[in-house]
Design a protein around this ligand. Structure first.
Ligand code: NAP
Length: 331
């Protein structure tokens, strides 16, 4: 496969973004990281927060100016929405939309609200996406050591005629083009991001670990031995294939591990699991997951709160906390 263009630092410059007044709404995972990285790149950036926000003083102590959200929207050319996706639509209707003016840019770090039409911006603004492929903590950590993480960019609405260039310039300012950004669409980013979380990152992998641990315990094995093999060793394996590929991993492990892994792995992650993945993807594409999640949010998260309590009771949680403390904290 011929790789599409991956944009690097040399393909853009900071000039475009430095000419703008940037307003970041929210100072959480992404807001803090993007705000501080923009500041570090010499960009004129402020933070917009709700009334009485606990983050106000935290942002000020980090060197950022703060304003009420509606004032920020009136005063900035470029507005980056970095609050939880499930509340973004409401905040947009009340504090952002009434204050928008011609030629401003709305920037999203995830396509959710545009793709599912929770936010439908007027035609006189640019609507772009700069989605870091990783958590805010990682984005900030890498930036501080002159590195970055990759990301996806997209243009939904190009009013000014240079929205793509603006997205690239912003990507450089937060450190993404140090590694590389790739052009996508709001639809593709939203659907693949949700699927990746559910099937692999925050769904598949944790559940695979918990299930394997449970099976070993049911068979009478020592919880500590079971934890080492099902939980702790995962990082070594991920580190091996993350930067060098599965072939490198297979060369680095024993032949026994390679043979057992491929033959039993194919049996465990079988057609049934793949069919469940197809159903999961369908639910994202046909908006079933989105409707369920919005209802959950409107009702005050009854299912999520119950699931959080249940997750705390999962046997591997207790042993993980004890062992992680013992291994990493007790010298
Ligand atoms: N988590 C990640 O690292 C990550 C990675 C890639 C993309 N993204 C995307 O980045 C965006 C932000 O996600 P996030 O995880 O950074 O969000 P987050 O940490 O949950 O956002 C917290 C911030 O949002 C503010 N906030 C929450 N509810 C609000 C409301 N009703 N009105 C006004 N402000 C409110 C909070 O205000 P207070 O300070 O007042 O509490 C806080 O400053 C999302 O689109 C997400 O999909 C996130």
């Amino acid at each position: 496969m011929k790789l599409p263009k991956i944009y690097k630092d040399k393909d853009t410059d900071l000039k475009l973004i430095k000419e703008k007044n940037i307003g970041i709404i929210g100072f959480g995972n992404q807001g803090r990281a993007q705000g501080l990285n923009l500041l570090g790149s010499g960009v004129d950036v402020k933070v917009g927060l709700r009334e009485g926000s606990n983050s106000w003083q935290v942002a000020v102590d980090s060197g950022l100016k703060c304003e009420a959200i509606q004032d920020l929207v009136s005063n900035c050319d470029f507005i980056s929405l970095l609050i939880p996706d499930q509340v973004m639509g409401e905040v947009y209707s009340e504090f952002i939309e009434p204050h928008l003016t011609r030629g401003q840019t709305l920037l999203f770090s995830h396509g959710y609200n545009i793709h599912y039409k929770l936010i439908q911006p007027p035609e006189f603004v640019n609507v772009i996406m700069v989605a870091p492929s990783g958590a805010g903590t990682e984005l900030r950590k890498q930036f501080k050591i002159s590195k970055g993480i990759p990301g996806l960019i997209a243009v939904h609405q190009d009013y000014s005629g240079n929205s793509f260039e603006l997205a690239l310039s912003y990507s450089k300012a937060i450190g993404l083009t140090r590694m590389g950004v790739f052009e996508s669409t709001f639809k593709e980013e939203t659907e693949t991001d949700l699927f990746g979380e559910q099937a692999v990152l925050t769904g598949g992998i944790p559940k695979l670990i918990q299930s394997a641990y449970k099976v070993l315990l049911e068979a009478g094995y020592n919880p500590i031995t079971a934890w080492f093999v099902c939980y702790y060793e995962l990082k070594t394996i991920v580190d091996m294939f993350h930067s060098k590929g599965f072939e490198f991993m297979n060369n680095a492990i024993s032949d026994t591990a390679e043979y057992g892994g491929i033959t039993r792995g194919n049996r465990i992650i079988d057609e049934h699991v793949q069919n469940e993945m197809r159903i999961t993807l369908k639910e994202i594409q046909n908006e079933q997951f989105h409707n369920e999640w919005m209802l959950e949010s409107e009702n005050g998260y009854p299912a999520l709160n119950k699931l959080r309590e249940e997750e705390k009771q999962i046997p591997i949680e207790e042993i993980s906390k004890q062992l992680l403390k013992e291994l990493f904290e007790n010298k």
